[in-house]
Design a protein around this ligand. Structure first.
Ligand SMILES: [Zn+2]
Ligand SMILES: [Zn+2]
Length: 402
């Protein structure tokens, strides 16, 4: 028997609803045991066990990354890739709600699998890809480097947020580690013998703050001093800063990085210190949302009566940006804890947001988004014409047309 697309979508939604309790449980376990990037061993174990239990072919520690995984079902093309994240933040736990992203990925995978399983559905497969260390580790870039996306046709994920937005802005970002080296001396007896690395860091910090006046409104530079010396009676011989530099497009990022580097180099020169500037993680690209996928997703949001806006005015960054330059992708944001387009004033990376990412309503919103992802996958799986439109739109956006 061959089902219609509407019937396939209903099969996907029912499968997600039928596994609601188990999905909540996995998400809850990840939330209660927050793990930092590349250390997500409990999450990796829970997610892969769930997928294996539900009939996926699972590759643990995929591509040599300990906490990455790939789970597949079906065969042939197109290969629809649903992406999970599951790393937490230091001190404030799941303040970015990646436990919910994992839940959404599992649920969407289950939904598409049920439809493929059930229906005499068209050829194709679904991949649930576990991507570690989104919070500054660039897990997706490492997976890209190892060829994990070579056989992927379409990639998607959703991210909890204060707002629901179809094509949110995400900035390109570079991660810098800045190490100043000076010379230690007794800070009272012979301070003139020292070269003060902390002074270099403070001057650099202030120079970057002054530079901010001349930056475009949507450029962002922010950093911390992660090492400012050992004791107050020693002139610090070492100081370390960590910075993130962001712009809407990669081309501007190069420009801004040049200006920021000059602040670090000038501070080193003024204090007689040396400076070493390195990238502490792979850079993230800005997100290119595929218009065709986004409009399919929008129709599916409307089906579930979810209000949404098209885009956002401000944003962070994501390594999904790198994926979006490689394969057609979407990364909608969704409001949790409310059915309105705007759930609350709580922004991500706050303790209040951590509290919102493990409530019954946030799980409900997450499963609705999972259904929208599953339905969007089925829209593409069911029609070669739609797949071609998605690819044409991607080629237009990224300039890869020949
Ligand atoms: Zn985050
Ligand atoms: Zn996040």
């Amino acid at each position: 028997m061959t089902c219609s697309l509407i019937e396939l979508k209903a099969v996907a939604s029912v499968a997600i609803d039928n596994h609601k309790a188990a999905l909540f449980e996995v998400s809850d376990e990840i939330w209660r045991n927050p793990e930092l990037g590349f250390q997500e061993t409990r999450a990796h174990a829970a997610l892969t066990a769930f997928l294996e239990r539900h009939g996926f072919v699972v590759e643990r520690s995929f591509s040599g990354l300990k906490t990455a995984f790939r789970a597949t079902f079906g065969e042939g093309r197109p290969n629809m890739c649903v992406i999970c994240e599951y790393d937490a933040l230091p001190e404030i736990g799941h303040a970015c709600g990646h436990n919910l992203i994992a839940e959404a990925g599992l649920a969407a995978g289950l939904g598409v699998k049920a439809a493929l399983d059930n229906s005499g559905a068209p050829a194709g497969m679904v991949t649930v890809l576990g991507t570690p260390a989104e919070e500054g580790g660039g897990g997706k870039q490492l997976l890209i480097d190892s060829g994990a996306f070579e056989d992927v046709d379409v990639a998607m994920m959703v991210h909890p947020s204060p707002v629901t937005a179809l094509m949110p802005r995400f900035l390109a970002v570079s991660f810098l580690k800045v190490e100043f080296s000076g010379k230690a001396a007794h800070a009272a007896a012979s301070p003139w013998e020292g070269f003060n690395a902390l002074d270099a860091a403070v001057m650099a910090y202030n120079s970057v703050s002054v530079l901010r006046q001349q930056m475009k409104p949507d450029w962002r530079v922010h950093g911390i001093i992660s090492n400012g010396g050992a004791k107050p009676n020693i002139i610090p011989e070492k100081a370390v800063m960590e910075y993130m530099v962001r712009t809407p497009e990669r081309i501007d990022l190069k420009l801004l990085l040049g200006r920021v580097r000059a602040c670090f180099e000038a501070a080193a020169q003024a204090t007689g210190c040396q400076v070493e500037i390195t990238n502490s993680a792979p850079s993230y690209d800005n997100l290119v949302s595929n218009e065709v996928l986004a409009s399919l997703f929008a129709e599916n949001l409307k089906f579930f009566n979810v209000p949404f806006t098209k885009t956002t005015t401000s944003s962070g960054s994501t390594d999904m940006g790198n994926v979006s330059h490689l394969v057609p992708s979407i990364h909608p944001k969704y409001a949790i804890a409310s059915s309105s387009a705007r759930s609350s004033r709580e922004s991500i990376h706050t303790r209040s947001f951590t509290n919102l990412t493990n409530t019954p309503t946030s799980h409900e919103s997450t499963l609705t988004m999972a259904k929208c992802m599953a339905h969007t996958c089925l829209d593409v799986l069911a029609s070669e014409k739609v797949l071609q439109e998605v690819k044409d739109s991607f080629e237009f956006d990224t300039g890869t047309a020949v």
